[in-house]
Structures are given as structure tokens and as C-alpha cells.
Ligand binder design. Structure first.
Ligand code: ATP
Length: 309
């Protein structure tokens, strides 16, 4: 191992997405640099130039000896950083630590760990450096490559919304609500065959979610009793819910009680396959579209270390 490689092992490699959120990035970056320097946090930095550039940047950083990565951006940036770590073959993924400085629109992953949506406070948390090993999900679709996720993935209505959101995000957090409600008027439910453990469920389904963490869709809570390192997905099968059910229960969507609705079933499992009939619904992972149609999700227990509050 060269001197250069050893030297980098203790410092942070920052991957920053200058397009995330709706704020003035260069102003934010100046503030971040200052706060990191004040806390004597040693770092190198690379800015993403296009989506999925995170994957390349993470791979290079790991080859150069970095083991600590800071993701600056939203859930999408973090998702691609996680994918970069899971796809590389240089070190054990659990030897890598990720911290987040949030700049995104939704920022759902940080909510599970009570990391505030605030640059200064998130840097204090990095300075404290409390970490946990978290589970990561692996998704196999008809596409040849595997996608990984660190928060919540699913297919059906959630995938439809993510697709819609791509054109609405510039409107900020309200975009989630607008996409959610307008989608209900147009989204066509499909029959899903859902297979896990010794079960086979065939049902008309709004969506099926695979949860590691608690929040998705900009603060909605669809997963029950999450434990981010128990080696199990928290599965949510939202069956024949309609526009009325969702609007009537809007409070429960945000406080987590929606999982007790009679049209929703929840399970814990390590592996699950969902096969949609007829239609080809979008599959989303951490709010990123990764494919359509049939999907298998497998949990990888305690795969990456994360800085938490
Ligand atoms: N330089 C870039 N130009 C365009 N897209 C980029 C760039 N860098 C990263 N991306 C992509 O932008 C997408 C959105 O980023 P991200 O999700 O972090 O921000 P956001 O949408 O504002 O936040 P959130 O997902 O938390 O609502 C991700 O798919 C990411 O890979």
C-alpha cells in the first residue's frame, strides 16, 4: 500500500451534487467548506457532472484509499453513492462509512436517523462520528444489472409518482403532494403476484414497498416497525386503496398509522419477488427509477456503515 493510499484512509472524500435541491449551491458549498474547516475535518472533494457520476467517483476514491465518504445532495445522490460502494470490488463494503450533508428536496433517508435537514447540524453529527452498520437491498429486474438501495424501494403507484416527479421537482417539496394527488386520478392498478418465504399472494395492488428505513415520498411512512440492521425488509402491500382512502387517511400517511388500514398488509422477509400481471409498472429505488415489471429484492445484512445522530 502506498503512502498516498494510507494517508487517505482517515480523511473524508466528499461527493457533491451541485444540482440537488433548489438552493444556491455555490453559496452552500462555501458555508460547508468553512464549517468543515472549523471542525478540523480533513476532506477532498469531487463534484458530480451528471447523474450516476457518483458511482465512478466513489470507485476512484476507494481505489485511492478513502474509506469515508460524505454525500452532499439528496436521496438520489446518496442512492448512487451507495451503488458505487456496493458495485466496487476493492474492499469489503462494511469497511466504508457514509455521512450525509443534506441538500435535496425530499431527504427521506436522514429522517429515520433524526439527522436534521440542516448543513451546520449535519456537520456536527459528522464530527461526533456515531455510526451504525445498516442493511442494504439488492434489486434484480429484467435489466442485466443489479441495483442497490438504502432506504425504500417498490413498484406500482410509487414508481408512477417518481416518474411524474422528475418533471415537477423544481417546484420543491409541494411537488410530492401535487404528483401524489394528481397521480391517483390517472394511475391504473395492476394485479401483482407476490412471492416470499412460503407465501404466494395474488391481489389487485396499488403498490408493494420494500423498506429498510421508515420514510419515502417526502416524509410519508409506509413501513411498519423498521429496524435498519436486522437483516429483514419491512414489506408493505397496499392493496385496493383508492383516492378516497388516501385523502381520508392523509394524516396517517405522515404519522405511520396507515399500516393498520384494512387494505394494507405488512410482513418481514429477507427475499421477495413481485410479478405484475399485464401492465409494466415502474420500479423505484430511493426515489430513482430503475426499471419496469418483475422484480426480486434481497437483503444484504449490515452492508455499509453510516454516520447517524
Ligand atoms: N451534475 C449533475 N447533473 C444532473 N444530475 C445530477 C448531477 N449530479 C447528480 N445528479 C443526479 O440528480 C438526481 C437528483 O439528485 P438528488 O436526489 O440528490 O437531489 P434532489 O432530487 O433535489 O433530492 P431528493 O431526492 O432528496 O428529493 C440523482 O439521480 C443524481 O444522481
Amino acid at each position: 500500500m502506498s503512502h498516498f493510499v494510507k494517508h487517505n484512509a482517515g480523511s473524508w472524500f466528499i461527493i457533491a451534487n451541485p444540482t440537488s435541491g433548489n438552493r444556491n449551491f455555490s453559496k452552500q458549498w462555501k458555508e460547508i467548506q468553512q464549517l468543515l474547516t472549523n471542525k478540523k475535518i480533513d476532506f477532498s472533494v469531487a463534484f458530480t457532472q451528471f447523474s450516476k457520476h457518483e458511482i465512478e467517483l466513489v470507485t476512484t476514491a476507494i481505489q485511492e484509499g478513502f474509506r469515508n465518504i460524505i454525500s452532499i445532495g439528496g436521496d438520489g445522490t446518496l442512492h448512487h453513492v451507495v451503488n458505487g460502494i456496493m458495485m466496487q470490488r476493492y474492499v469489503k463494503t462494511s469497511d466504508i462509512t457514509i455521512a450525509v450533508i443534506p441538500l435535496g428536496t425530499g431527504n427521506d433517508w436522514i429522517k429515520t436517523y433524526n439527522i436534521p435537514n440542516n448543513v451546520e447540524k449535519s456537520i456536527e453529527i459528522i464530527h461526533r462520528n456515531k455510526t451504525i452498520l445498516q442493511d442494504i437491498g439488492a434489486l434484480e429486474t429484467d435489466a442485466t444489472s443489479i441495483s442497490y438501495f438504502n432506504n425504500v424501494a417498490g413498484l406500482g403507484y410509487d414508481g408512477y409518482i417518481v416518474n411524474k416527479l422528475n418533471s415537477l421537482k423544481r417546484f420543491g417539496a409541494i411537488a410530492y403532494l401535487v404528483a401524489g394527488v394528481s397521480g391517483l386520478l390517472f394511475y391504473k392498478k395492476s394485479v401483482f403476484t407476490i412471492i416470499f418465504d412460503d407465501k404466494k399472494i395474488e391481489t389487485n395492488c396499488l403498490m408493494t414497498l420494500f423498506g429498510i428505513c421508515k420514510f419515502s415520498g417526502g416524509g410519508l411512512q409506509f413501513t411498519k416497525d423498521i429496524n435498519t440492521s436486522d437483516g429483514f425488509f419491512d414489506i408493505t402491500i397496499a392493496k385496493n386503496l383508492n383516492l378516497f382512502d388516501l385523502i381520508y387517511n392523509i394524516k396517517k400517511l405522515y404519522n405511520g398509522n396507515i399500516v393498520n388500514h384494512k387494505k394494507i398488509e405488512t410482513y418481514k422477509t429477507k427475499e421477495i419477488t413481485v410479478i405484475p400481471k399485464n401492465l409494466n409498472p415502474f420500479i423505484q429505488a430511493d426515489g430513482e427509477l430503475i426499471g419496469t415489471g418483475k422484480v426480486t429484492a434481497k437483503i444484504i445484512e449490515k452492508a455499509i456503515r453510516f454516520v447517524v445522530n
